[in-house]
Every structure is written in structure tokens, then in C-alpha cells.
Ligand binder design. Structure first.
Ligand code: AMP
Ligand code: ZN
Length: 116
């Protein structure tokens, strides 16, 4: 997709600190980390969000989750991590190219969200 920030990273038009790449997915460090380990993992194919993903995306989504632990361990989060997928307006997704946040580090990441 021509006007998509993360597609431009996939295409090499915008630099990123890549930590893992294969034919289907790319992982790179978040530019503004919220924890010592903060990596974004994206499908190379443009998928806007989980709200628009379909049956044809099952394999790549599974691949991202199946790689998450390996990426987290390699980046310094050996004892677990949190996965976050912000989706759409309510999920406050800022970049409209589906991405999985992997957040972690040596210490627990903190509470999930404040209770209502
Ligand atoms: P979200 O709110 O889930 O859409 O998260 C978007 C994430 O993308 C934020 O955590 C940003 O810090 C991150 N981000 C934005 N631009 C870049 C970039 N050029 N390289 C790496 N991460 C980025
Ligand atoms: Zn895109």
C-alpha cells in the first residue's frame, strides 16, 4: 500500500531497526518504546487491522504469534512478555497496518489496564 508507514518500512523506504525477517513477516524495534523490550511484528502484506483480517490471513497471523517468544527472548525478555494488538478506533490503533506489539524486559510489565 503506497501511503502506509509500515509498508514503507517493508519496502525499505523508511529505516527501521529490524530484529527478525522472513518472507512473510518483519519485526522491528518500536521507535518510542514503553518497556525495555518493545518490538512490533507485522505481516509484510498490508492488512489494515484485526478488524479487516480474514481467513486468508490465518497463516501469517499464526506465524507472528508462533515467532513471538523467540523474538522476545532474543531481545532480552527471557521470562515472558505481553502481546498487544490495538485495533481500530476503540483500540486506539495509530498505524493502520496490523502490528503486534511485543513488550517485556527483565521485569514484569505492569497491570494490563485500569479496572472500570
Ligand atoms: P498503535 O497505537 O498500536 O498503532 O502503535 C503504533 C506504534 O508504532 C507506536 O508504538 C509507535 O511508537 C510505533 N511507530 C510509529 N512509527 C514508527 C516507526 N517509524 N518505526 C518504529 N515504530 C514506529
Ligand atoms: Zn501497510
Amino acid at each position: 500500500m503506497s501511503d502506509c508507514l509500515f509498508c514503507k518500512i517493508v519496502e525499505g523506504k523508511i529505516p527501521a531497526q529490524k530484529v527478525y525477517e522472513d518472507e512473510d513477516i518483519l519485526a522491528f524495534k518500536d521507535i518510542s518504546p514503553i518497556r525495555p523490550v518493545h518490538v512490533l511484528v507485522i505481516p509484510k502484506k498490508h492488512i489494515t487491522s484485526l478488524a479487516t483480517a480474514g481467513a486468508e490471513d490465518v497463516l501469517v497471523l499464526g506465524k507472528i504469534l508462533a515467532k513471538a517468544n523467540e523474538i522476545a527472548v532474543s531481545q532480552g525478555s527471557p521470562d515472558g512478555f505481553r502481546v498487544i494488538i490495538n485495533t481500530g478506533r476503540v483500540g486506539q490503533q495509530e498505524v493502520p497496518h496490523l502490528h503486534v506489539h511485543i513488550v517485556g524486559g527483565p521485569d514484569p510489565v505492569g497491570p494490563m489496564l485500569k479496572r472500570i
